[in-house]
Design a protein around this ligand. Structure first.
Ligand SMILES: Nc1nc2c(c(=O)[nH]1)N[C@@H](CN(C=O)c1ccc(C(=O)N[C@@H](CCC(=O)O)C(=O)O)cc1)CN2
Ligand SMILES: [Mg+2]
Length: 339
């Protein structure tokens, strides 16, 4: 029953559906007028808000027992407008939860050594719990060197090789925020994964690959419990007809490619759950205004899906909330790197 209540609070239905009946004051279930299906649109902003409120409650407890506040440092190199928006969201969300923060802005022509030296100073600063460098980093720097400079116990992005490696062998680790957010959505909404066919589109080291790792892994692990799904990874070299064969039989599709309209309604089976991680900025030909779209053709896929995340308002906001959860874990030193 608890699952049902959580589910109804996190889903809403929009679009091309005809209203049938309200089952609960927080939910109106709508059925596809064509197929008589219920498609639940997952409200990522509501899930993120719940997670942030959980973090906030824990921070208040820490502060009231005379503890120091958790502290997050976000390093932004350059003036990429999208990165600036994401960093602003992180700082505002940290403020909301009571996590204090520094936004360290560096010019685009900063050298790698300057960035490395700043990270090293933060590594040894006892007042700092979490450190991250906003990606993508400027082209003249080596992303791996930057990520590996953050000391693993402050690596709240989970991008250090030690966190990535520990995570792969089921040892406690900081998990990257987007994959953690996808799993959190799946759990909180109650999407079944055990024994299901999952298809992950995209194999990036920070998003697609860790999502596939989490979905396929054993659900009985103490740390980073997996989804126990039969999981297939597709990527840019997967022929489209092969991708279609896989998506047609998938119970769960997670797409993280940045390829608009990669997944269309004719490629999926009825009842599929779809998590759209892609974000592409387009200019709407009708309005002439810029807007965000995902990898999934929302309208046609929602006609057949049991669950679907929108873009914007799906995975993105949950990503930021998971970063704050990681910062709290870093503060509490929940991950022991010596075992
Ligand atoms: N150091 C990191 N860099 C990057 C990460 C990361 O986890 N760590 N992930 C992405 C960017 N990202 C967070 O940093 C991020 C992307 C999108 C959103 C989000 O909330 N998107 C909104 C739309 C926001 C908009 O208007 O642009 C949504 O989907 O609803 C949050 C965080 C790459 N870099
Ligand atoms: Mg989203």
């Amino acid at each position: 029953m608890a699952v049902t209540l959580q589910l109804v609070n996190y889903v809403k239905v929009t679009g091309n559906y005809c209203y049938r009946r309200a089952l609960h004051q927080n939910v109106a279930r709508f059925h596809s007028s064509r197929r008589n299906l219920v498609a639940q649109i997952i409200d990522g902003r509501a899930i993120a808000q719940t997670i942030k409120d959980e973090v906030k409650a824990q921070v208040e407890k820490i502060v009231s027992s005379a503890g120091r506040r958790p502290h997050l440092c976000v390093i932004l190199v350059g003036d990429d407008p999208a990165s600036a928006v994401y960093v602003k969201n992180k700082i505002e969300s940290a403020n909301y939860t009571g996590i204090s923060s520094d936004n360290i802005k560096l010019p685009n022509n900063s050298t790698q050594k300057e960035v490395v030296d700043i990270i090293k100073a933060l590594n040894t600063n006892a007042d700092v719990d979490g450190i991250l460098v906003q990606l993508p980093i400027a082209g003249h720097m080596d992303e791996r060197t930057i990520c590996n400079t953050v000391v693993p116990h402050k690596d709240v992005d989970g991008f250090h090789v030690l966190n990535a490696g520990r995570f792969m062998v089921d040892q406690k680790a900081f998990m990257p925020a987007t994959p953690a957010g996808v799993m959190e959505i799946i759990r909180r909404v109650g999407i079944k994964t055990r024994g299901q066919n999952a298809v992950v589109c995209g194999r990036s080291k920070n998003v697609g690959l860790p999502i596939a790792m989490l979905l396929h892994a054993d659900g009985n692990h103490d740390s980073n419990a997996g989804g126990d799904a039969t999981t297939t990874i597709c990527h840019r070299n997967t022929p489209h007809d092969q991708l279609r064969r896989l998506t047609e039989t998938a119970d769960l599709i997670v797409s993280a490619t940045g390829v608009r309209n990669l997944i269309t309604g004719d490629m999926v089976k009825e009842g599929v759950a779809v998590i759209d991680v892609g974000i592409t900025r387009i200019v709407d030909p009708k309005s002439g205004k810029a807007r965000l779209v995902g990898d999934v053709d929302f309208e046609s896929v929602a006609e057949k899906a049991s669950f679907i995340t929108p873009v914007p308002g799906g995975v993105g906001p949950v990503t930021v909330a998971m970063l704050l959860q990681n910062t709290l874990k870093a503060y509490k030193r929940e991950i022991d790197f010596y075992v």
